[in-house]
Design a protein around this ligand. Structure first.
Ligand code: FNR
Length: 189
């Protein structure tokens, strides 16, 4: 059985991030043939194209981590109805230098949790537009807009409500199918 390496981004830098909790739940519920490694974004400087000739070590590590992944998964909050700056900054680094876009043809998934009922819908819409331009191969369905309820999610990613657990498990199953489908026609180099 093939194993797929999934690099995942948590769009929040908070130590108490509900999106990190969601990422733990997704990993617990994912099919066995997905392996996960977080791609950290917290130590990146602000992107500056003057550094394109001399990428800082943290940005090189970011690009190496994406290159080592078969697919990427974005688990992100919504900030002011859009993508958190730290995550957008990481995407900007990964998309450059010109001609070395790390996201080209990579299978990608987008999901996020918010304390509001909107469930990061607008952040995901913004993120999808960016990933589209970066030529990532996004799973477009199912979508997952998670309203975070601390009574539903344990801090280690336990999901205490059957319907939520089934929904997230199905999301990860569909993500796995998407990854396999994309890699069948667009194998990673
Ligand atoms: C928020 N929050 C928020 N929630 C939302 O549903 N839509 C939004 O536009 C915003 N905007 C926003 C901006 C900023 C700067 C902060 C700090 C927060 C609330 C957000 O859902 C909540 O803080 C989550 O806990 C953030 O996710 P993490 O950091 O816990 O993963």
């Amino acid at each position: 059985m093939a194993t797929y390496k999934v690099g995942y981004f948590v769009g929040s830098l908070s130590k108490d991030s509900i999106n990190r909790t969601l990422s733990k739940a997704l990993i617990r519920l994912a099919p066995d043939d997905l392996e996960f490694a977080e791609i950290p974004i917290g130590d990146l400087p602000l992107y500056n194209r003057d550094l394109d000739e001399d990428y800082p070590p943290s940005a090189l590590a970011l690009k190496d981590a994406i290159a080592a992944s078969d697919a990427v998964l974005f688990v992100t909050p919504e900030y002011n109805r859009s993508i958190p700056g730290a995550l957008k900054n990481a995407i900007d680094w990964a998309s450059r230098p010109w001609g070395q876009n790390s996201f080209d043809h990579i299978p990608a998934g987008v999901i996020g949790a918010s304390i509001g009922t909107i469930g990061t819908a607008l952040a995901q819409q913004s993120l999808r537009a960016v990933l589209s331009f970066c030529n990532a191969r996004q799973m477009t369905s199912p979508e997952a807009y998670i309203h975070f309820d601390p009574d539903v999610f344990g801090e280690n990613g336990e999901v205490k409500v059957d319907s939520t657990r089934d929904f997230l498990a199905n999301y990860m199953l569909e993500f796995r199918e998407h990854v396999e489908r994309v890699l069948t026609v667009l194998p990673r180099a």
